[in-house]
Design a binder for this molecule. Structure first.
Ligand code: NAD
Length: 324
């Protein structure tokens, strides 16, 4: 069962599941198939709210679900704008999924956490040293989104140890993927720059070119979930892993890579740090040691590969939109 499977990360996860022989059952309130047109005929879809426990149990039984990837939730600026709804969906939704797993005897549950639980990271992890951040540093999340992710981790840990579930949370690096622009591009030069490059539109950012970050394309997020599913379960345990490209790349280097991919494209990137205006404690490199050792995770994307896939996927999405 993939909750939120019609969303941006969900589309990549379902694609990855299908190409590895799994049969995704998508549970989502979203009824359009815009992000999953290419695979829609191979997935089962149930339009259900993730907070509807009886419905989740019905779906789990009907499809003989044996693992859940829980992606349904609110993301982006909407979370702080609508705190009550976010708490309802992002927190209660996760508890409902865990409860469904407990009642239906589905041992394996995984869900995305976020790099935001680390923010702000201590000085030594920031520019210019960027010491990789391991999973076990002290956390003091500031944003509501991050607080809810952290609380979900706590509740998941309780469900795992008390009810014998195998629950894994993946803390993704700075996410980017097609399908989000328009919602987030204003505050995310990584996505707006890739889209400008693809369209051949000149692009300019006044500051932030020296800021490095560790990115996580949604295809990489899907790889993380596949690594979890492909590894041995640990019933009664909650585990958390960092997932990202593991590549430290500056905004200027991203621009240079895109220029190299799209000859003739004009871009100007000013110097400085903090291109997302999140504060310096929001840019860091993630340690992938634990994920590599325990679940055999190896990143598949770097910025160049991710940008190429982004552009190709975005073109396919635009074509589907114009055909509607
Ligand atoms: N992409 C990122 O920036 C990023 C980074 C780290 C973690 N994540 C996490 O990945 C997950 C998916 O994010 P995304 O970027 O794909 O977002 P998205 O908005 O594209 O997808 C979320 C999906 O959940 C569905 N949904 C929302 N409320 C629901 C409900 N009550 N019941 C059933 N379905 C519901 C939406 O219809 C949508 O299809 C979220 O948990 C998010 O926090 C995303």
């Amino acid at each position: 069962m993939v909750t939120g499977g019609c969303g941006m990360v969900g589309a990549f996860v379902c694609r990855g599941l299908l190409s590895n022989g799994y049969e995704p059952v998508v549970v989502d309130t979203r009824t359009d198939r815009l992000l999953v047109t290419d695979i829609a005929q191979h997935c089962a879809f149930d339009a259900a709210d993730v907070r509807d426990l009886p419905r989740l149990l019905e779906i789990a039984k009907a499809h003989k679900v044996d693992a859940i990837i829980h992606l349904a939730g609110l993301v982006g600026p909407d979370v702080e704008r609508h705190p009550w709804s976010s708490i309802q969906i992002n927190l209660l939704g996760t508890v409902t999924v865990l409860e469904c797993a407990r009642l239906a005897g589905i041992a394996r549950v995984s869900f995305p956490s976020s790099k935001m639980v680390y923010v702000p990271v201590p000085e030594r992890h920031r520019h210019p040293t960027y010491d990789p951040v391991p999973e076990d540093i002290a956390l003091s999340p500031q944003k509501l989104y991050a607080k809810l992710k952290r609380t979900n981790e706590d509740l998941a840990s309780h469900y795992a140890s008390t009810y014998g579930l195998d629950v894994v949370a993946l803390r993704f690096g700075s996410a980017f993927a097609p399908g989000k622009a328009g919602r987030f591009s204003i505050t995310n030069p990584v996505m707006s720059m890739i889209e400008a490059a693809a369209a051949g539109t000149p692009y300019q950012v006044e500051t932030g070119g020296d800021q490095c970050d560790d990115l996580c394309y949604s295809g990489e997020s899907a790889n993380g979930f596949l690594a979890v599913l492909g590894s041995a379960p640990r019933h009664g345990h909650f585990r958390v892993y960092n997932i990202s490209h593991g590549e430290l790349v500056s905004l200027r280097q991203m621009a240079e890579t895109l220029q190299d991919m799209i000859p003739g494209w004009r871009v100007e990137i000013g110097p400085g740090l903090d291109y997302r205006n999140y504060g310096l404690g929001a840019y860091f490199r993630m340690s992938l040691k634990k994920a590599s050792e325990e679940i055999g995770y190896r990143p598949k994307f770097d910025f160049r590969l991710a940008a190429a896939d982004y552009i190709e996927t975005q073109r396919r999405l635009n074509k589907s939109r114009s055909n509607r």
